[in-house]
Design a protein around this ligand. Structure first.
Ligand code: NAP
Length: 301
């Protein structure tokens, strides 16, 4: 395999997969890099809501379908973590632990990961009650009480998912109102298994071998609540550590681009959740990818 490509796409979430497929279809030699499993954040979603137009409703099936189509289109998928990226020889050098690669243009589609609470017990109980995936781990909490933390789309959507398995879901939100889409708020309100605790912050996750309770802080003081599981959905942080400092970030660490989606480094583009200003939906990420792919192809052809 050659280590040199017309275009390298960093990340095989839906944005990266979309961009890579389009560029390969246009006849450009294209490689996509992924450090974990293809699919990114949608991999943990059993039922995408809304379902992607013309695609599978299950996140893993949707990503798998795109990955298969990309292989057919000629995309080289490289399962290595990108550790550095630098402008070189009129293009870019992409470095992984194992190899160095070169591309004329690079699209950063490395997405974002779930933020953590940063409270005592969160790391210690990971996999022993602390989970990042409602769809995967929900069945382990049959008829038990679990806590979901957050007040956005993810927290409300996943709280609803967990009620398929759990006896009760405590939805712990620091604010006094949700910032989620109205339909998710209505679902939560209508779900008798969900108990909402506004104005509450998790201070600690406690237990022995497994999670047994959380301590929350409210205006009235501290309170302990018995739970078997804790799911924090408190927003996302971008995966951009490998991007050179010369590419400016916003206050949340997301990459700044021009309206064209090109960063200040000519030939380096950013799409999806890693980009400042990208909306949070699947459609937003895929729309970014299509725009950048068109612009990159126009630049190279
Ligand atoms: P988000 O919209 O950023 O919401 C994060 C929530 O967590 C907010 O309610 C925030 O509270 C709370 N929070 C933040 N830091 C906290 C902390 N340290 N401790 C306690 N609470 C904290 O994140 P998200 O829900 O993961 O959504 C991310 C993006 O994906 C959004 O654009 C969303 O629309 C999108 N999304 C879409 C769908 C869908 O369309 N089906 C599903 C999931 C996500 P405050 O409100 O007080 O700031």
């Amino acid at each position: 395999m050659s280590n040199s490509f017309d275009v390298i796409i960093i990340g095989e979430g839906v944005a990266g997969l979309t961009a890579a497929g389009l560029l390969a279809q246009k006849g450009l030699s294209t490689a996509s890099f992924e450090q974990q499993l293809f699919g990114g954040l949608v991999l943990n979603v059993n039922e995408l809501d809304p379902a992607p137009a013309g695609g599978e409703a299950g996140g893993a099936a949707f990503a798998s379908e795109m990955t298969g189509a990309n292989a057919d289109a000629g995309v080289t998928s490289i399962p290595e973590e990108v550790t550095a990226l630098a402008a070189a020889d009129g293009g870019f050098t992409v470095t992984t632990a194992a190899n160095r690669y070169h591309a004329r243009q690079v699209i950063v589609a490395s997405g974002a990961k779930l933020k953590t609470l940063g409270v005592p017990g969160e790391v210690e109980f990971e996999g022993r009650g602390v989970s990042k995936c409602a769809d995967c781990d929900g069945p382990m909490f049959q008829n038990e009480t679990v806590a979901v933390v957050g007040g956005g789309d993810s927290a409300l959507q996943e709280a609803n998912v967990l009620t398929h398995y759990c006896g009760k879901v405590l939805l712990i939100h620091r604010g006094s109102a949700f910032r989620a889409q109205p339909r998710f708020v209505e679902q939560v309100k209508a779900n008798p298994k969900i108990e909402v605790r506004f104005g509450s912050s998790v201070e600690a996750i406690l237990g022995g071998q497994v999670v047994e309770k959380i301590r929350i802080k409210t205006a009235a003081g501290s309170e302990e609540l018995a739970v078997a599981g804790v799911f924090a959905y408190i927003g996302l942080e971008p995966n951009a550590a490998f991007v050179p400092d010369s590419v400016k970030r916003d206050a949340t660490g997301r990459l700044l681009t021009a309206d064209t989606l090109e960063t200040a480094l000519p030939g380096l583009w950013a799409v999806g959740a890693v980009r400042s200003g990208c909306g949070g939906s699947l459609d937003d990420a895929m729309a970014d990818a299509r725009r950048a792919a068109e612009a990159v192809a126009a630049r190279l052809q």
